[in-house]
Design a binder for this molecule. Structure first.
Ligand code: SAM
Ligand code: SF4
Length: 323
């Protein structure tokens, strides 16, 4: 699928729930209005839309949320997605709290890789940031996922006054294991507006001070996403930077998002979407749905508006859109 700006779309971020077992302060308020069961796409509906999207050229599906592991039927969904004829790669982004015990069944179902979100390695700071004393469960998940042999990455969002003193320790996860650690710039969405993100440049300078001038090669992106990776001599994994604020990657954006309520969103920033739930519940054919998808992708904006004063943005929180 090619959008109106000539970019290929082959990557889907699939949100399967707005629920979460954590309350990361920059992502989710303590009290949130819940979607009803009926609002959320069923496993069958989700699988059908994904199969249609794959028929149109989606090659990789990243399951996210909310927290995907609190979604009932998540293993069945992984299984169904991995059985789609074109065999898309099925991946997941999770906070990891519930992952360790379920890694084997997820791998059996077809999960190929996992991104685990971890913003601090300090038990108290983790509890303050997320509302749960669950750091040990996340560390156990990193170990279990890594031991399973699947590809594991750690995602960290650097935030001033929250984890700025923890970045070196987070980077150390890449030291003796082939785990890529990626630092992601905070985007001003919902709760995050109350916090100050730290730029990739500043994180890099902090790490360079700590590790010396051992950074030796920019490998560039993997070809799969917006991260720019660096090797640190002596480290088994790489350090990656994802910089939507300081270095927007819109010109090479290959992604679309499907929310848990079946809205296909071509851009995280803007509210525009195609209501695929209405179409499938209204009895539309796969061909009709394909036309709606193509039209939505054709109208994908050239760039996001973060950092601009444009009032035309999606007012929802990250966990509602799908991070
Ligand atoms: N619950 C899962 C998790 O935490 O990995 C998946 C959903 S979460 C919304 C996905 C990722 O988005 C997490 O790594 C989180 O740190 C990140 N995130 C949340 N709000 C963000 C923001 N405003 N800017 C950048 N990243 C954000
Ligand atoms: Fe939940 Fe993930 Fe948001 Fe944290 S970042 S509140 S784990 S959805």
């Amino acid at each position: 699928m090619t959008d109106g700006c000539g970019r290929i779309t082959d990557y889907l971020r699939l949100s399967v729930t707005d629920k979460c077992n954590l309350r990361c302060r920059y992502c989710m308020p303590c009290e949130v209005e819940r979607l009803s069961h009926h609002d959320i796409l069923s496993i069958e509906e989700t699988s059908r839309i994904c199969a249609i999207l794959c028929d149109l050229g989606i090659r990789r599906i990243r399951i996210t949320g909310g927290e995907p592991l609190v979604r009932k039927g998540i293993t069945e969904l992984v299984q169904r997605l991995s059985e789609i004829d074109s065999a898309p790669a099925i991946m997941m982004t999770t906070n990891g709290v519930l992952l360790a015990d379920r890694i084997d069944s997820l791998i059996d179902a077809g999960l190929k890789s996992v991104n685990i979100s971890l913003d601090t390695t300090d038990r108290n700071a983790y509890a303050r940031l997320t509302g749960e004393d669950a750091l040990q469960d996340v560390i156990a998940a990193v170990d279990a996922a890594y031991s399973s042999g699947m590809r594991v990455r750690i995602n960290c969002v650097p935030i001033r006054g929250i984890n700025d003193d923890e970045l070196v320790k987070i980077a150390m996860f890449a030291s003796d294991r082939a785990i890529d650690v990626r630092f992601i710039e905070l985007m001003p969405i919902g709760c995050a507006n109350a916090y100050e993100g730290i730029s990739s440049e500043e994180v890099r300078s902090t790490l360079t001070k700590a590790f010396g001038e051992r950074e030796w090669a920019a490998e560039g992106g993997t070809g799969e996403g917006p991260a720019v990776y660096y090797n640190l001599r002596g480290f088994c994994g790489r350090i990656g930077y994802i910089s939507p604020m300081s270095h927007p990657f819109c010109s090479s954006c290959n992604r679309i998002r499907l929310t848990q309520t079946g809205q296909l969103k071509p851009c995280l920033y803007y509210p525009d979407s195609a209501d695929l739930r209405k179409m499938i519940r209204g009895g539309c054919s796969d061909e009709d749905i394909k036309k709606a998808i193509m039209s939505c992708i054709n109208n994908k904006p050239a760039e996001h508006g973060f950092g601009s004063s444009s009032p035309d943005h999606d007012n929802r929180q990250m966990f509602q859109i799908g991070g």
